[in-house]
Design a binder for this molecule. Sequence first.
Ligand SMILES: [Zn+2]
Ligand SMILES: [Zn+2]
Ligand SMILES: [Zn+2]
Length: 283
Amino acid sequence: MKIQFLGTAASEGFPDAFCDCDNCTGARRLGGPSLRKRSAALIDDILLIDLGPDLMAAALVHNLSLAKIEYCLQTHEHEDHLEPRNLAWRSQFCGVYGNPMLHYYATEGALAKLAADIGRRALGGLGEGSEASVALNVTTHVVAPFQTYQVGPYRVSTVKGHHDPEHLVPLLYLIERDGRTLFYATDTGEIPEETWQALQGRKIDVVAMDHTFGFQKRSNGHMNAEQFQEQMARMQADGLLNSGARVFAHHIAHHSHPPHSELSAYAEGKGYAVAYDGLVVAI
Ligand SMILES: [Zn+2]
Ligand SMILES: [Zn+2]
Ligand SMILES: [Zn+2]
Protein backbone atom coordinates (compact mmCIF):
# COMPACT_ATOMS: atom_id res chain seq x y z
CA MET A 1 0.00 0.00 0.00
CA LYS A 2 1.16 3.58 -0.52
CA ILE A 3 -0.21 6.95 0.52
CA GLN A 4 0.38 10.19 -1.35
CA PHE A 5 -0.44 13.38 0.52
CA LEU A 6 -2.34 15.74 -1.81
CA GLY A 7 -2.64 18.49 0.78
CA THR A 8 -1.32 18.91 4.34
CA ALA A 9 -2.59 22.35 5.47
CA ALA A 10 -5.29 23.38 7.90
CA SER A 11 -8.46 25.04 6.60
CA GLU A 12 -6.97 28.26 5.20
CA GLY A 13 -3.98 26.75 3.37
CA PHE A 14 -0.32 27.54 4.11
CA PRO A 15 0.49 30.25 3.15
CA ASP A 16 -2.92 31.76 3.76
CA ALA A 17 -3.44 33.92 0.66
CA PHE A 18 -4.53 36.83 2.83
CA CYS A 19 -1.69 36.69 5.33
CA ASP A 20 1.78 38.21 5.49
CA CYS A 21 2.86 36.73 8.85
CA ASP A 22 6.47 35.52 9.16
CA ASN A 23 5.43 31.89 8.55
CA CYS A 24 3.49 32.70 5.37
CA THR A 25 6.21 35.01 4.08
CA GLY A 26 8.84 32.35 4.83
CA ALA A 27 6.80 29.65 3.05
CA ARG A 28 6.46 31.85 -0.07
CA ARG A 29 10.19 32.55 -0.08
CA LEU A 30 11.23 28.91 0.40
CA GLY A 31 8.51 27.26 -1.75
CA GLY A 32 8.60 23.45 -2.22
CA PRO A 33 7.35 21.47 0.78
CA SER A 34 6.55 24.67 2.69
CA LEU A 35 3.60 25.30 0.33
CA ARG A 36 0.59 23.36 1.59
CA LYS A 37 -2.86 22.85 0.08
CA ARG A 38 -5.94 21.85 2.04
CA SER A 39 -5.78 18.28 3.40
CA ALA A 40 -6.55 15.22 1.29
CA ALA A 41 -4.70 11.98 0.47
CA LEU A 42 -4.62 9.30 -2.19
CA ILE A 43 -4.05 5.59 -1.49
CA ASP A 44 -2.70 3.38 -4.31
CA ASP A 45 -4.17 5.81 -6.87
CA ILE A 46 -7.68 4.35 -6.32
CA LEU A 47 -8.80 5.38 -2.84
CA LEU A 48 -9.19 9.05 -2.02
CA ILE A 49 -9.47 10.43 1.51
CA ASP A 50 -11.65 13.56 1.46
CA LEU A 51 -13.30 15.20 -1.53
CA GLY A 52 -11.46 18.43 -0.73
CA PRO A 53 -11.51 21.93 -2.22
CA ASP A 54 -7.91 21.72 -3.54
CA LEU A 55 -8.15 18.46 -5.50
CA MET A 56 -8.00 20.26 -8.84
CA ALA A 57 -4.88 22.19 -7.78
CA ALA A 58 -3.29 19.03 -6.32
CA ALA A 59 -3.83 17.03 -9.52
CA LEU A 60 -2.33 19.89 -11.52
CA VAL A 61 0.69 20.58 -9.29
CA HIS A 62 1.59 16.90 -8.72
CA ASN A 63 0.81 15.84 -12.31
CA LEU A 64 -1.80 13.29 -11.27
CA SER A 65 -4.97 11.95 -12.83
CA LEU A 66 -7.79 11.16 -10.42
CA ALA A 67 -9.84 9.49 -13.19
CA LYS A 68 -9.25 6.01 -11.73
CA ILE A 69 -10.42 6.60 -8.18
CA GLU A 70 -13.02 4.02 -7.17
CA TYR A 71 -13.43 4.79 -3.48
CA CYS A 72 -13.57 7.89 -1.32
CA LEU A 73 -13.58 7.99 2.49
CA GLN A 74 -14.85 11.27 3.93
CA THR A 75 -13.50 12.26 7.35
CA HIS A 76 -16.08 14.97 8.02
CA GLU A 77 -17.96 17.76 6.27
CA HIS A 78 -15.96 20.91 7.10
CA GLU A 79 -15.40 22.99 3.97
CA ASP A 80 -11.64 22.37 3.93
CA HIS A 81 -12.35 18.63 3.50
CA LEU A 82 -15.55 18.51 1.45
CA GLU A 83 -16.25 20.34 -1.80
CA PRO A 84 -19.33 18.48 -3.11
CA ARG A 85 -19.07 20.03 -6.58
CA ASN A 86 -16.07 17.76 -7.23
CA LEU A 87 -18.69 15.11 -8.03
CA ALA A 88 -20.10 17.21 -10.86
CA TRP A 89 -16.59 17.94 -12.13
CA ARG A 90 -15.89 14.20 -12.59
CA SER A 91 -19.23 13.46 -14.29
CA GLN A 92 -21.06 13.89 -17.59
CA PHE A 93 -22.15 17.36 -16.39
CA CYS A 94 -18.60 18.44 -17.16
CA GLY A 95 -18.02 16.20 -20.17
CA VAL A 96 -16.31 13.36 -18.27
CA TYR A 97 -17.37 9.84 -19.28
CA GLY A 98 -16.25 6.27 -18.61
CA ASN A 99 -14.76 6.61 -15.11
CA PRO A 100 -15.39 3.78 -12.66
CA MET A 101 -18.36 4.15 -10.31
CA LEU A 102 -17.16 6.07 -7.23
CA HIS A 103 -18.10 4.42 -3.93
CA TYR A 104 -18.31 7.28 -1.44
CA TYR A 105 -18.32 6.60 2.33
CA ALA A 106 -19.43 9.33 4.73
CA THR A 107 -21.52 10.02 7.80
CA GLU A 108 -25.18 10.99 7.55
CA GLY A 109 -24.23 14.61 8.22
CA ALA A 110 -21.60 14.73 5.49
CA LEU A 111 -23.99 13.08 3.02
CA ALA A 112 -26.67 15.68 3.84
CA LYS A 113 -24.20 18.48 3.12
CA LEU A 114 -23.13 16.76 -0.09
CA ALA A 115 -26.72 16.49 -1.36
CA ALA A 116 -27.55 20.08 -0.36
CA ASP A 117 -24.45 21.63 -1.91
CA ILE A 118 -24.61 19.75 -5.17
CA GLY A 119 -28.04 21.29 -5.67
CA ARG A 120 -30.35 20.38 -8.53
CA ARG A 121 -28.04 17.62 -9.77
CA ALA A 122 -28.83 15.63 -6.61
CA LEU A 123 -32.62 16.07 -6.89
CA GLY A 124 -34.31 12.85 -5.88
CA GLY A 125 -31.37 11.87 -3.67
CA LEU A 126 -28.12 9.98 -4.19
CA GLY A 127 -29.44 6.58 -3.09
CA GLU A 128 -28.08 3.53 -4.91
CA GLY A 129 -29.48 3.30 -8.44
CA SER A 130 -31.23 6.68 -8.27
CA GLU A 131 -31.20 8.95 -11.30
CA ALA A 132 -28.79 11.38 -9.62
CA SER A 133 -26.48 8.56 -8.53
CA VAL A 134 -26.27 7.26 -12.11
CA ALA A 135 -25.79 10.77 -13.57
CA LEU A 136 -23.04 11.64 -11.07
CA ASN A 137 -21.52 8.14 -11.29
CA VAL A 138 -21.42 7.83 -7.49
CA THR A 139 -22.84 5.37 -4.97
CA THR A 140 -23.03 6.66 -1.42
CA HIS A 141 -22.61 4.54 1.72
CA VAL A 142 -23.54 5.79 5.19
CA VAL A 143 -20.92 5.03 7.83
CA ALA A 144 -20.62 5.76 11.55
CA PRO A 145 -17.83 5.42 14.13
CA PHE A 146 -16.73 1.97 15.29
CA GLN A 147 -17.65 -0.01 12.19
CA THR A 148 -15.51 -2.27 10.00
CA TYR A 149 -16.29 -2.89 6.35
CA GLN A 150 -14.67 -3.96 3.11
CA VAL A 151 -13.85 -1.25 0.55
CA GLY A 152 -12.54 -3.04 -2.55
CA PRO A 153 -9.19 -4.55 -1.48
CA TYR A 154 -9.15 -2.58 1.81
CA ARG A 155 -10.46 -3.47 5.24
CA VAL A 156 -11.57 -0.14 6.68
CA SER A 157 -12.44 0.59 10.31
CA THR A 158 -13.89 3.86 11.56
CA VAL A 159 -13.18 5.33 14.97
CA LYS A 160 -14.26 8.64 16.43
CA GLY A 161 -12.16 11.79 16.70
CA HIS A 162 -12.78 14.74 19.00
CA HIS A 163 -13.66 17.63 16.67
CA ASP A 164 -16.62 20.05 16.54
CA PRO A 165 -18.89 17.57 18.39
CA GLU A 166 -21.89 19.95 18.45
CA HIS A 167 -22.09 20.03 14.66
CA LEU A 168 -20.73 16.80 13.25
CA VAL A 169 -19.33 13.31 13.78
CA PRO A 170 -15.60 13.25 12.92
CA LEU A 171 -14.25 9.97 11.58
CA LEU A 172 -10.69 8.71 11.82
CA TYR A 173 -9.86 5.74 9.59
CA LEU A 174 -7.80 2.56 9.94
CA ILE A 175 -7.09 1.32 6.43
CA GLU A 176 -5.64 -2.19 6.05
CA ARG A 177 -4.34 -4.01 3.01
CA ASP A 178 -2.02 -7.04 2.74
CA GLY A 179 -1.40 -7.02 6.49
CA ARG A 180 -0.31 -3.37 6.62
CA THR A 181 -2.26 -0.60 8.36
CA LEU A 182 -2.55 3.16 7.96
CA PHE A 183 -4.19 5.26 10.70
CA TYR A 184 -5.48 8.51 9.18
CA ALA A 185 -6.32 10.80 12.09
CA THR A 186 -7.17 14.36 11.17
CA ASP A 187 -9.09 16.47 12.23
CA THR A 188 -9.08 15.64 15.92
CA GLY A 189 -8.08 16.84 19.35
CA GLU A 190 -6.81 14.36 21.92
CA ILE A 191 -8.07 10.90 21.02
CA PRO A 192 -11.19 10.00 23.04
CA GLU A 193 -11.03 7.09 25.48
CA GLU A 194 -13.67 5.07 23.59
CA THR A 195 -11.42 5.29 20.53
CA TRP A 196 -8.37 4.12 22.50
CA GLN A 197 -10.45 1.13 23.60
CA ALA A 198 -11.43 0.38 19.99
CA LEU A 199 -7.78 0.59 18.92
CA GLN A 200 -6.57 -2.03 21.42
CA GLY A 201 -4.87 -4.97 19.72
CA ARG A 202 -4.29 -3.12 16.44
CA LYS A 203 -0.82 -2.90 14.87
CA ILE A 204 -0.29 0.30 12.90
CA ASP A 205 2.49 0.91 10.36
CA VAL A 206 1.90 4.54 9.41
CA VAL A 207 0.05 7.28 11.32
CA ALA A 208 -0.96 10.66 9.83
CA MET A 209 -2.24 12.78 12.71
CA ASP A 210 -3.54 16.26 13.43
CA HIS A 211 -0.83 18.83 14.33
CA THR A 212 -2.88 21.96 13.60
CA PHE A 213 -1.75 24.10 16.53
CA GLY A 214 1.94 23.11 16.46
CA PHE A 215 3.82 25.58 18.64
CA GLN A 216 0.72 27.36 19.97
CA LYS A 217 -1.19 26.56 23.14
CA ARG A 218 -3.09 23.30 23.69
CA SER A 219 -6.32 23.00 21.71
CA ASN A 220 -9.62 21.24 22.14
CA GLY A 221 -10.76 20.19 18.65
CA HIS A 222 -7.24 19.95 17.20
CA MET A 223 -3.79 19.31 18.70
CA ASN A 224 -0.58 21.19 19.30
CA ALA A 225 2.85 19.53 19.20
CA GLU A 226 2.72 18.58 22.88
CA GLN A 227 -0.67 16.91 22.56
CA PHE A 228 0.48 15.17 19.37
CA GLN A 229 3.48 13.72 21.22
CA GLU A 230 1.27 12.59 24.10
CA GLN A 231 -0.95 10.63 21.68
CA MET A 232 2.18 9.11 20.11
CA ALA A 233 3.44 8.07 23.55
CA ARG A 234 0.07 6.46 24.34
CA MET A 235 0.17 4.55 21.04
CA GLN A 236 3.60 3.24 22.00
CA ALA A 237 2.57 2.42 25.57
CA ASP A 238 -0.54 0.55 24.31
CA GLY A 239 1.55 -1.44 21.81
CA LEU A 240 -0.35 -0.06 18.81
CA LEU A 241 2.72 0.71 16.69
CA ASN A 242 4.40 -2.03 14.67
CA SER A 243 8.19 -2.09 14.75
CA GLY A 244 9.44 0.47 12.25
CA ALA A 245 6.14 2.40 12.36
CA ARG A 246 6.32 6.01 11.18
CA VAL A 247 4.23 8.90 12.50
CA PHE A 248 3.55 12.02 10.41
CA ALA A 249 2.26 15.43 11.48
CA HIS A 250 -0.61 16.53 9.24
CA HIS A 251 -3.10 19.48 8.90
CA ILE A 252 -0.45 22.15 9.46
CA ALA A 253 -1.66 25.71 10.16
CA HIS A 254 0.30 28.83 9.17
CA HIS A 255 -0.35 30.54 12.52
CA SER A 256 1.40 27.81 14.48
CA HIS A 257 4.29 26.48 12.39
CA PRO A 258 7.49 27.67 10.74
CA PRO A 259 8.31 26.63 7.16
CA HIS A 260 8.85 22.91 6.48
CA SER A 261 12.60 22.46 7.03
CA GLU A 262 12.55 24.11 10.44
CA LEU A 263 9.43 22.22 11.49
CA SER A 264 10.89 18.91 10.25
CA ALA A 265 14.10 19.43 12.23
CA TYR A 266 12.02 19.94 15.39
CA ALA A 267 9.82 16.87 14.71
CA GLU A 268 12.82 14.66 13.94
CA GLY A 269 14.17 15.44 17.40
CA LYS A 270 10.87 14.17 18.86
CA GLY A 271 10.73 10.95 16.83
CA TYR A 272 8.24 11.83 14.11
CA ALA A 273 8.13 13.38 10.64
CA VAL A 274 6.09 16.11 8.96
CA ALA A 275 3.97 15.27 5.92
CA TYR A 276 4.15 17.60 2.93
CA ASP A 277 2.18 17.98 -0.29
CA GLY A 278 3.13 15.35 -2.87
CA LEU A 279 4.95 13.11 -0.34
CA VAL A 280 4.57 9.40 -1.14
CA VAL A 281 4.99 6.95 1.75
CA ALA A 282 5.16 3.20 1.19
CA ILE A 283 3.20 1.43 3.90
ZN1 LIG B 1 -9.59 20.54 8.55
ZN1 LIG C 1 0.26 33.55 7.90
ZN1 LIG D 1 -12.47 20.07 10.53
